[in-house]
Structure formats: C-alpha cells, structure tokens
Ligand binder design. Structure first.
Ligand SMILES: NC(=O)c1ccc[n+]([C@@H]2O[C@H](COP(=O)([O-])OP(=O)(O)OC[C@H]3O[C@@H](n4cnc5c(N)ncnc54)[C@H](OP(=O)(O)O)[C@@H]3O)[C@@H](O)[C@H]2O)c1
Length: 255
C-alpha cells in the first residue's frame, strides 16, 4: 500500500495528481485551506477508486499549520511514501511594491513550506530506505518574470540539491516544471491569458501522467511536452540579455 500526500490537492495540477494517484490505488492525504473542497474531493476519490482519503485543512503560509503537515509526513505509524509539494499561486506584484507582504506570503507558501515539508519527508523516507518527493516548480523559473520566476528557480535548484543529498538512499526527488496549464491559477492571480497561443496550453491530466513516467525513470527535472523541452533548451543556451528581453515581452500587459 502506498500513501501520497498532495498539497493543493483540491484544484488544478494538485487535483490531477490526486486523481491519478487514487486511480492507481494510492491512499491519499490532501492538504489545502478550503475544508469544504477537501471534503468534496475526498468523497469523489473514495467513491471512484475505493481508496482512503485523509484531509488536512492547513494554510501553508502559517508556520503552525506547516509544522502540523510536517509532523504528518514524519509519522512512522502511518508512513507517507510520496509527497507532492504543489500548493502555489501567481505573484502579480511589482518587486518595487512598498508593501512586500504578498511577496513574503508567496515565499512562505512556495519556498518555506516546500523546504520544511521536503526536509521532513526526506528525513523520514531516508530512514525507511525509500520514497518519492515531487516539487511542482515551473518553466517560469528559467526566465525572469518577477518574484514568481525567482521563487520557482529556487524550487528547481532546491530539488536538484535535495536529489543530490538523498542520492543512493532510495528516495527519488523530481522537480516538475510545467508550462501554461488551464487551472484556477490565472484567474486567482488576475493574469490575462488571451494572448497565450493555444499550442502552449498543457492538459493537467497529461502533465501529471508524463511527470509520473519521468519519476519512474528517475529524472530529477521533469519538463512535460516536447514543445516546452525545446523552449527550455533554447532558454538555457540563450544569453541572459535575450532571456530578460523575452521576459519583459511576456510580462507586459498580463494584468
Ligand atoms: N497553472 C499553470 O499554468 C502553472 C504553471 C506552472 C506551475 N504551476 C504551479 O502549479 C502549482 C499548482 O497550481 P495550479 O495551477 O493547480 O493552481 P490552482 O488551480 O489555483 O490550485 C492551487 C491549489 O493550491 C492550494 N493553495 C493555495 N494557497 C494555499 C495555501 N496558502 N495553503 C494551502 N494550500 C494552498 C489551493 O487550495 P485552497 O485555495 O483551498 O488553499 C489549490 O488546491 C503551483 O505551485 C503553481 O505555481 C502552475
């Protein structure tokens, strides 16, 4: 029996992970803030797949809540075999904003919580001799679109560091770097999507299925879709001046 803990498992990419993992028979622990949506998701997954679903209503911007989730990951009586560090959101604020609170909140949820939960899972899984940690990063981490890119660059590099640290222990670490995926993400951050070409949108189910295949192949960085793999290869080879110019273009008129 495998148990997977998915943060942000009630919507978008996290919900697609929850459905895919329940579909292969994994029991689940779902974490998000909205208790009503958590209960709905648990009912849906148990009815469809007969798996056990535990829910934890937690705000990953709150240190006590993050510690509660970390304690669940550290449990030896009810072990968690797979962590999906997925909860996150867009950060549509200028870096020069006088009020840095929204940036600090984004850092708490998408960096601090990922660090604390990844560490708790890594320690426990290492002691057990196996497990998997998937950190949902973004292709935005390869360009320079404000605070969000900086956060996701951290998530990708952090995942590579954690993978190195846990090498040889049986614990697999993978950073999933999606391109644009139709979820609640853009609406929640008030990001205009009308200029994004249809070919660049990824399907959440396919994204998750490709990521789980990459995990089986022990890939540390998973970039689903040939199109995005080609774009990111070009971005890695391009001079940073070109990356900054493309990022300015992509950022303009988004809000
Ligand atoms: N969609 C894209 O184009 C795209 C592309 C690349 C990467 N990503 C990344 O994919 C991940 C998932 O995003 P999504 O597109 O699936 O967005 P989404 O549909 O808006 O889902 C976000 C999930 O995170 C949870 N969440 C948000 N803030 C939270 C908090 N403070 N504490 C606990 N849970 C919280 C939400 O539940 P509650 O609101 O109930 O808490 C929800 O379940 C994020 O890390 C995002 O950066 C998305």
């Amino acid at each position: 029996m495998t148990t997977a803990l998915v943060t942000g498992g009630t919507s978008g990419i996290g919900a697609a992970f929850a459905r895919a993992l329940a579909g292969r028979g994994d029991d689940l622990v779902l974490v998000a803030r909205d208790a009503g949506r958590l209960a709905e998701m648990a009912t849906e997954l148990t009815a469809a797949h007969g798996v056990d679903v535990e829910v934890m209503s937690a705000d990953l911007g709150d240190r006590d809540d993050v510690q509660r989730v970390a304690n669940r990951l550290a449990s030896t009586e009810q072990p968690v075999d797979l962590l999906v560090n997925n909860a996150g959101f867009g950060v549509p604020y200028a870096l020069t904003n006088a009020d840095t609170t929204p940036h600090e909140h984004a850092i708490d949820v998408m960096i601090r919580a990922v660090l604390v939960l990844g560490g708790a899972a890594g320690r426990t899984m290492k002691a057990r001799g196996g497990g998997t940690i998937i950190n949902v990063s973004s292709t935005a981490g390869f360009v320079t679109m404000g605070g969000y890119s900086a956060i996701k660059a951290w998530v990708t590099v952090y995942s590579e560091g954690l993978a190195n640290e846990l090498r040889g222990t049986g614990v697999q670490v993978t950073a999933l770097c999606p391109g644009w995926v139709r979820t609640e993400f853009h609406q929640r951050a008030d990001i205009k999507t009308s200029k994004i070409p249809d070919q660049l949108w990824l399907d959440a189910e396919r994204l998750v299925s490709d990521c789980l295949t990459d995990v089986e192949r022990h890939k540390v960085i998973s970039i689903p879709s040939k199109r995005y793999q080609a774009l990111i290869l070009a971005a890695r080879l391009a001079p940073r001046t070109a990356i900054r110019a493309v990022s300015r273009k992509l950022s303009s008129g988004r809000h």
